[in-house]
Design a protein around this ligand. Sequence first.
Ligand code: SF4
Length: 380
Amino acid sequence: MLPQGMYIHIPFCQSKCQYCDFYSQPLSEPQWLEDYISGLVVEIQQRALCCDEREVATLYIGGGTPSLLSSGQAERIIDAVNEYFCLDSHAEITMEANPGSLDSIKISDYRQAGVNRISLGAQSFDDEELKMLGRRHRHSEIFTAVEELLKKGINNYNLDLMYGLPGQKVSKWEENLRQAFELNPVHLSCYLLQLDEQTPMGQRVKSGKITLLDEDDEADMYEMTIDMCAQAGLNQYELSNFSRPDYNCRHNLLYWHSYEYIGIGAGAVSYIGDRRFKNSSDWQAYITNLKQKKLPPIEQLEQMKAADKLADIMIMGLRLCEGVNLQQTSDRCAVDIGEHFKRAIKYGMDREWLEIKSGNLCMTRRAYFISNQVLCLFTA
Ligand code: SF4
């Protein structure tokens, strides 16, 4: 049986960051969160009724800003998953947190509730950059949050960082990485800033008030990240993710292996069987529906045919540095993968974008920065 994950979306933040296009909005009334959690509990219960497979190997509470949850609220959610599904006794339970909204009491209580991994939205160690991004915390709060996590026995934490910010120099990004390494994290996610035009920052770029970096600088920053992480003992296991041995994010691995997951909450995406679908992104309607014990309306994102599933497995799996094992994937899909993607594989190998190592098809390092171009070869 393949492992299954659950993602729970908390669509509230203290305020909206300048670059953010996630489904989230400022929490003006604390009662909204309380009502929303009551809705989550009912959705968990209702979804369990229509699920054949209830074992959950990884639980990820993301957002938004889940660290706005009180300890009691986090406990209600995790207890509901335990009650209506079956949380594996070794389940990885991650909660996303913002440095400014964590304190030692919350950390203790989250841990008591079952949270065993924290993903901290650090983004930058430079106060000017944090201000430009519209983040509420300052760099000193990242240090304080990590200190508290360690004091409370949570050493399994990730730092999220962003590079390629408007005006950012390669040396500034290098300094950010150095500060991150000072904290000795077991996991680091480094993402290139991607801006949607609708965000305030995207608008500023569009109107010429700020300019994004050119691709050469972005590539230099990316290459430097890989080298510096390796020197710091953080092994790259995915295009943007680095970890110490045994600390890969198991929940995200489940996405990259194209295993099933259940998405709970407004705007949450599920992948079950041949379908990828999304709960409607209207948190007020979400609460209203669930008060009446009705599941929220869903939007079908994909009804996958066999060829779509194969493409999905390759596109997600090739993001991993270890790549895709051709034999195991052929067995899983009952299709000869090497034969099915013969042309794509040859095209990629001729350009030294792809290679086969110990039976695994993987991207070469020189292809990482242009991964989108490489992954396109496998679209159905
Ligand atoms: S904290 Fe995260 S989810 Fe909330 S507005 Fe900022 S980037 Fe978006």
